[in-house]
Each structure stands twice: as C-alpha cells, then as structure tokens.
Design a protein around this ligand. Structure first.
Ligand code: SF4
Ligand SMILES: [Zn+2]
Length: 378
C-alpha cells in the first residue's frame, strides 16, 4: 500500500478519481522503470478512506478502476473488510448487518462528524429493532463446521445440536464436514426457592436446530446475541471513533435487558412462543402478566423510543409482521415462477438452505401471534 496525501477538496468525485488513478499509474510506471524488469507492479485500485482498527484489521472504501481499451476508466466503489469479525463465517448475520450499516454511514460522508453521528444513530436504531423482535430468523442463524472428532470432554454447541437432531430423527442430522446451522434459545424459567428464575444452562444446552426452534415455539435468546455476538465486534470499531463508546451504543440496551430479566415467569414464552399462551390478563406487547392491555413499561417505551402510544405501536408491529409474511410469500412465488417450478406451491419447497425458507415460517407465526392479540377486546 502507498499513502498519497492529496488535497481533493473542491473537486468532483469523478475528477478526484481520475487524478488519483493518473498519479498511481505514474507511480507504478516509475517503479517498473527503476526495477528494470526484476519486478513489475500493476495499479488496480485505490482507497479513499480507511479505518485502521488493529494490525491486519481494517475497513476500506475501495475504488476499483475498470479500464477498457479505447474507453474512459470507470470507477466502482465498495467497502472492503479485512480481519473484521463481520467477514468471518461463524459471525452472527445480525452483527454483519449492523456493522455493514454503520460502516456505510461512515463512508457515505467520508468520516466527517456527521457521518459518525449517523453511524451511531444507525447502530442504536438497529439494536432497538433487534430488541423489539423485528429481525428475521435467518439473521440469528449461526453456523460451524462439523468435524468427526472433538477432544474436549463437553462437545461444543454445534456438536450437541447434531446429537440432539440424531436422537430426535436419526438421519436428519448434518453429515461430517458440512456446516451445522443453529440458533441460541432462551433458558427455561423454573420455579426455584419460591420465585421464577432462569435455569442455569451452558451454551451447548441452548443451541438448537432453527427448524426445531420454530416448530417448538422456542424463544430466541436476544441477550446472548447482543452480549456475546455484537458488543465485541462493534466495540472494536467504535472505540477508535467515539469516546465512551460502549455506554453510548449499548447503555439503553443494557438497561432494557436488565429490566427484562427482572420480569418473572410470564416472560418465559418469549418472542416465538407468545402465541401459544392464553392472552388472559397479559400485556399485548410483551406478554407479561398484567391487568392492562398494554403494561406501563411498554407504554413508556413506546413514548420514549417511538413517540407514539402503546396501541399505535401495537398496530405498527401487527402491520409489520403481516407485510413481512406477505413479502416472504411473494418472494417464494417469484422464485418459483423464475425457476419454472413444475409445482407452484410455496410450501412444497424443500430448499432448506434458502434464508427465505426459515423467514417465511417465522413471519407467518409472528403474524398469527399479533393477529390473535389484535382480535381481543381493548
Ligand atoms: S424458500 Fe424455496 S421457493 Fe422460497 S425463495 Fe427459497 S428456494 Fe425459492
Ligand atoms: Zn408490556
């Protein structure tokens, strides 16, 4: 890499790109002339903004120069991640998505003060969506390669998932060498010493096959995803950009997670399972036992974060899941039409590796949950 301190202020992006490309080519020609055939270098691309995080770990806004004989160069700009967690295959898709959104905000305004504020705003917005259960199931699916032998006395989470799948339905488990997909589900809540508490469990006990989690209405452990899969990757980037980054990004989230933990048994059913629960005297938003249709906690949250009443927020959530369900089903119809499927029945699709396959079932269940709740009297 060669660093070129250039002042491109006052130039259009295209003019600046042309100037950088011309200077870079001149540099490459000079090196090639001096090396006299011992070494040849080619100029390919340049970066206009780079975020160095650690050795061998950086994010660049790369400009690829596409040259065609007899034509002017064209420039294609794209973010390039090196060594950042979001490029790892075992990273949570949620983390990849939130990091990509934050980096896009930073790059859009080339690292200015406004771009940093936009990135912080974007991360906080996505974390709120995550807490409110507005992410598709495929965003939570983790995966690890399944090997034949493991030396550790207690097998890792994905191996336990394979064992459980084998016990439930022999032959349904992934083969050795393939990747095992799993989600982390919430700890069961049990009655202990006169109070409802979360049962102690290791990560391996909480990993589950995503299809089984949907079928059995198991709630996702949002706290695990935030504390174990999101905090570190985001902090690695933001600690270099803003002061007191953890407090700024996660302060509200930690408070919300603590508040949720304090809630007792009624929270046990969680996001997916709520529709199994008789709605009797429960809050429609969070399903906690409550004598109001929307509890004080959810009402306060709606006013604080969404600037609306609890009921308006409830209607928005209902609409969101109905639209999501419709979108997933439309995507499947479009996919079958495009592939000229012999049988046009979206439920007949067996392509389990397609993210829409899980998302469609998840969105359908969520829509049922919210529709059931909306039919009850306010
Ligand atoms: S689930 Fe099946 S039909 Fe739907 S988009 Fe994926 S491959 Fe296509
Ligand atoms: Zn509530």
């Amino acid at each position: 890499m060669v660093r070129m301190p250039l002042d491109t202020s006052g130039m259009t992006e295209d003019t600046a790109n042309r100037m950088i490309a011309r200077l870079s080519r001149e540099m490459a020609d000079t090196v090639n002339r001096d090396m006299d055939g011992y070494l040849t270098i080619d100029f390919e691309k340049f970066s206009v903004y780079t975020l160095f995080i650690a050795p061998k770990c950086y994010i660049m806004l790369l400009v690829n120069v596409v040259s065609k004989p007899g034509q002017d160069d064209t420039y294609k700009t794209a973010a390039y991640f090196k060594g950042v967690e979001s490029t790892r295959r075992d990273a949570a898709p949620t983390a990849k998505r939130i990091i990509a959104g934050a980096v896009k905000s930073i790059f859009d305004a080339r690292g200015s003060r406004e771009s940093i504020l936009a990135a912080v705003f974007e991360v906080r917005k996505q974390l709120r969506r995550l807490l409110d259960g507005q992410y598709d199931l495929s965003e939570f699916v983790l995966s690890k390669q399944y090997n034949a032998n493991y030396a550790t006395p207690s097998p890792p989470a994905h191996v336990q998932v394979v064992e459980r799948m084998r016990a439930r339905d022999p032959g349904s488990e992934p083969a050795v060498g393939s990747r095992v997909a799993f989600v982390m589900v919430k700890r069961p809540v049990v009655l202990m010493r006169g109070a409802f508490r979360e049962q102690k469990a290791k990560a391996g006990d909480l990993a589950e096959d995503p299809r089984y989690a949907i079928a059995m209405n198991l709630a996702l452990d949002i706290e695990y995803y935030i504390r174990r899969k999101l905090v570190n990757p985001l902090m690695r980037i933001f600690q270099h950009i803003i002061a007191n980054a953890e407090q700024v990004l996660f302060g509200d989230v930690y408070r919300e997670l603590d508040a949720r933990r304090r809630i007792s048994s009624s929270d046990a059913e969680g996001e997916i399972g709520r529709y199994l629960v008789t709605r009797g005297a429960r809050c429609r938003m969070c399903n906690r036992i409550n004598d109001k249709t929307i509890c004080d906690y959810c009402e306060r949250k709606a006013q604080e974060f969404d600037q609306c009443t609890g009921r308006e927020l409830f209607d928005r959530r209902l609409q969101y899941w109905q639209q999501r369900k419709q979108k997933c089903e439309d995507d499947c119809r479009g996919c079958q039409a495009a592939n000229d499927a012999p049988v046009r029945n979206i439920d007949a699709c067996t392509n389990e590796s397609c993210p829409n396959w899980l998302n469609r079932d998840y969105a359908r269940k969520q829509a049922v949950v919210w529709e059931c709740a909306s039919k009850q009297q306010w």
